[in-house]
Design a protein around this ligand. Structure first.
Ligand SMILES: Cc1ncc(COP(=O)(O)O)c(C=O)c1O
Length: 368
């Protein structure tokens, strides 16, 4: 045996690296004034009523273990997507974040590389590093956060396993036009898997926006990542899914643990998929409020970016944390996103007319 000290801690795990989520509303004391939580891209209209009904129905069965597998959700997703998609194309996960973690565990390890484009959802980097992976950042391009397709292709090596793309992107609100995505996906070698995070896809209305679906149907190494946290209003339930070729889904499903989905989340997701009316109402509200907010923001001295998501990225003249704290005093929670690779920037969630008015009123006060 080796004499001396053997380090039992993996060096890449033995570092402080945690995701700092937005504050919850209960942490804020407004002295009784109303508080608008516009800091985590949630659905201000609430949750899908069909999902809530399913939760109420199944709450009586909580003494019984949930289904061992995600079979029912897979079947519901295959039905929802229709066409050539089958149960073998889907995997249910306890949130989009968990899907990310499963994919990273499945494909990354020490010595292997992953490409991201900052500003981006910070867990891509955090989870990859915790798996020992090397993170290569090819930043989005100024002025409007376009994907740097040429540099991404040039950054691919024999060790590259994953590329993270997000469209619409959190926190910038930018999206990847189909022509750019085609150029990247068709230009990649077969040993690279694209993780295409589309958790805000319902809100996108650009004519050349696309989901991962056409590439997956073609058999490309692409994994679509989705969540019920956003438009379906089920952030507190923790439920999401990944979809890809049957070969990739079969492989990542090796990491599926028994009883992984709790009964309420599983049933709520299936019911939510059938709640077209709620999604339509949500999207209509967000698009209407987005137009209102653009109109009001145009009158104010603040830089902002047009968004394909249910949120808007801004760059105030003042310090981001000071801006957050001042907006909070005005009853509006916003999110500084320096941790997502956008220093000095702040993101606000698009809600309903009441929240839009509160936000603009607060902004007018603090911008003088
Ligand atoms: C781009 C993006 N991907 C994935 C997620 C994960 O969502 P959840 O873990 O709530 O399903 C989020 C949540 O904020 C996100 O913004």
């Amino acid at each position: 045996m080796t004499k001396g000290k053997i380090n039992i801690f993996k060096p890449y795990l033995d570092v402080e690296l945690q995701y700092k989520g937005g504050k919850s509303a209960s942490e804020i004391d407004t002295g009784g004034k109303p508080l608008y939580k516009l800091s985590s891209n949630e659905n201000i209209l609430g949750s899908s009523p069909k999902a809530l009904a399913a939760i109420r129905e199944h709450v009586k069965t909580l003494n019984i273990y949930p289904a061992n597998k995600d079979t029912e959700l897979r079947a519901a997703l295959a039905d929802f997507y229709g066409g050539d998609m089958t149960s073998e194309h889907f995997m249910g996960t306890p949130s989009g974040s968990e899907a990310l973690e499963i994919i990273i565990r499945a494909f990354l390890g020490e010595e292997l590389e992953v490409i991201v484009s900052n500003p981006a959802f910070m867990p891509y980097i955090m989870f990859s590093k915790k798996q020992g992976g090397k993170v290569i950042d090819i930043p989005l391009l100024a002025p409007d956060y376009a994907l740097n397709v040429d540099e991404m292709l040039a950054a691919v090596t024999d060790k590259t396993r994953l590329i993270f793309l997000t469209s619409p992107n959190n926190p910038t609100g930018s999206y990847i036009p189909k022509a750019d995505l085609d150029r990247l996906i068709y230009g990649l070698p077969d040993h690279v898997v694209v993780v295409y995070d589309e958790v805000y896809f319902q809100y996108a209305d650009a004519p050349d926006f696309t989901t991962a679906l056409p590439y997956i149907k073609e058999g490309k190494n692409v994994i679509g990542l989705n969540s019920f946290s956003k438009a379906y209003g089920l952030a507190g339930m923790r439920i999401g899914y990944a979809y890809s070729t049957p070969r990739i889904i079969k492989y990542i499903s090796q990491l599926y643990k028994p009883f992984l989905l709790n009964t309420l989340a599983h049933k709520a997701a299936i019911a939510a998929l059938g709640d077209t009316a709620f999604i339509e109402k949500t999207v209509k509200t967000v698009l209407r409020e987005k137009a209102y907010l653009y109109k009001e923001l145009d009158k104010l001295p603040i830089k902002y970016w047009k968004s394909q998501g249910n949120f808007i990225l801004m760059k105030p003249e003042m310090n981001d944390l000071e801006f957050e704290s001042k907006m909070q005093s005005e009853g509006v929670m916003v999110r500084p996103v320096a941790g997502f690779g956008a220093p000095g920037c702040v993101r606000v969630t698009i809600g309903n007319r009441k929240s839009s008015k509160a936000f603009i009123a607060g902004l007018k006060v603090i911008l003088g």
